[in-house]
Design a protein around this ligand. Structure first.
Ligand SMILES: Nc1ncnc2c1ncn2[C@@H]1O[C@H](COP(=O)(O)OP(=O)(O)O)[C@@H](O)[C@H]1O
Ligand SMILES: CC(=O)OP(=O)(O)O
Ligand SMILES: [Mg+2]
Length: 406
């Protein structure tokens, strides 16, 4: 019997999303989410799809990602899908920062772990959680291939003009300071899926992808290759996010250090955790913000306006970078669900051939769909992302290749 299953782990700073897939047909056997890890109110929701059963929920403190993964392993074992199953071929891990070194999915070794650890300062919210996930999974199944799939990989095709910061070249190179970009697995999957929605080959189309989740980033993809993206050295640059500022004048940092007496770590926490939507209005969930806007709350309206203004600015910039745009595509939690964000971001851009059909935009669906009026020069689409499926495919492909060589 050949093992055909892949478990995918997507560890965020305080959450763990997972999917178990059978790669014979890419069907999902189980999915789930652990949220609020490290808090007293942690919650695990596990859906055993293969068993045809509904979601099971568990609440109560889960201290860290190690405990979270062990709880997930217990849930899977309960359905006969445990990590000890001989049908499990590999575990695929989302790793956010791969630096210059990792441009492809990579089988995890001790040396690979050391390198991911070295990159913690440039992905402080993400790489530590990713590492814990890998270490715990290895401890549970030491002989099983563990594959790391990097958020940065898709962006390594960016031209030097887009990847370089205009700072002293020797200093930048000595410290590997450049624009890496993140959410690449999502940008790759969504740009390909959007091409299919248009009935075109990815190699023929230019698309702008707007990945709007807790973290948010835009990318310009030409013929299937990333040519520009909004995140930089770290996942802090670019769009306004749930708790992150996105673009600010870098002088804000040393101004706060000199004038407000803040330490580098305090400014780091301010920009990464107390800024963005939460900094502007106290809430980082777009559902809550929209509810407050509808009630006439001015702080929430300001947060919404700043968010959408930044988004519109990036759409215009990436239009210019690409020259010709076939589609603007919204994805991730906010992009897939928040119709007011989509319509506001494209309002007034009819001159660029961009428009949103109000009725199509209001439709709630989990399917990839067009929301531009028929006959629009540029398509506008909503494409649900599936980072887990993409990670599973890349993991499976790598393991198959390695097996074929044996
Ligand atoms: N129905 C909805 N309407 C508006 N925003 C939503 C809706 N559902 C989810 N979101 C937004 O999506 C965000 C989470 O997006 P997601 O892609 O799951 O993020 P991440 O993977 O970064 O944790 C939430 O913070 C929330 O603001
Ligand atoms: C890189 C990044 O910002 O990821 P997330 O949106 O999962 O926080
Ligand atoms: Mg995400």
């Amino acid at each position: 019997m050949t093992a055909t299953r892949v478990l995918v782990l997507n560890s965020g700073s305080s959450s763990l999303k997972y999917q178990l897939l059978d790669m014979r047909d890419a069907s999902r056997l189980a999915t789930g989410l652990v949220e609020r890890i490290g808090e007293a109110t942690s919650r695990l929701v596990h859906t055993p799809l293969a068993a045809g059963a509904g979601p099971r929920e568990r609440t109560g403190p889960i201290a860290d990602h190690d405990a979270a993964l062990k709880a997930v392993a217990d849930e899977l074992a309960h359905d006969g899908l445990g990590l000890d199953s001989p049908e499990l071929a590999a575990i695929g891990h989302r790793v956010v920062h791969g630096g210059l070194r990792f441009t492809e999915p990579t089988v995890v070794t001790d040396e690979v772990l050391t390198e991911i650890e070295r990159l913690i300062p440039v992905a402080p919210l993400h790489n530590p959680a990713n590492l814990t996930g890998i270490r715990t999974a290895r401890a549970l199944r030491p002989e099983l291939p563990q594959v790391a799939v990097f958020d940065t990989a898709f962006h390594t095709t960016m031209p030097e003009a887009a990847a370089r910061y205009a700072i002293d070249v020797e200093t930048a190179d000595a410290h590997r300071i450049r624009r890496y970009g993140f959410h690449g697995t999502s940008h790759a999957y969504v740009s390909r899926r959007a091409a299919r929605l248009l009935g075109r080959d990815p190699s023929e189309v230019n698309v702008i992808v707007l990945h709007l989740g807790n973290g948010a980033s835009a990318s310009a993809v030409s013929g299937g290759r990333c040519v520009e993206t909004s995140m930089g050295l770290t996942p802090l640059e670019g769009l306004v996010m749930g708790t992150r500022s996105g673009d600010v004048d870098p002088a804000v940092t040393f101004h706060l250090m000199r004038v407000a007496g803040m330490s580098a770590d305090e400014v780091d926490v301010l920009l990464n955790k107390r800024s963005g939507l939460v900094g502007l209005c106290g809430d980082n969930d777009m559902r809550e913000i929209r509810r407050r806007v509808d009630e006439g709350d001015e702080r929430a309206a300001l947060a919404f306006d700043v968010y959408v203004h930044r988004l519109k600015k990036y759409i215009g910039a990436y239009y210019a970078v690409l020259g010709r745009v076939d589609a603007v595509v919204f994805t991730a939690g906010v992009g897939e669900n928040a119709a007011p964000v989509r319509s506001a971001a494209l309002a007034g851009l009819e001159g660029l051939g961009l428009a949103v059909d109000a009725e199509l935009n209001a439709v709630r669906s989990a399917e990839a769909r067009l929301i531009s009026p028929a006959g629009s020069r540029v398509a506008v689409a909503v494409v649900p992302t599936d980072e887990e499926l993409e990670i599973a495919r890349q993991t499976h492909e790598l393991v198959e290749k390695a097996n074929a060589r044996k």
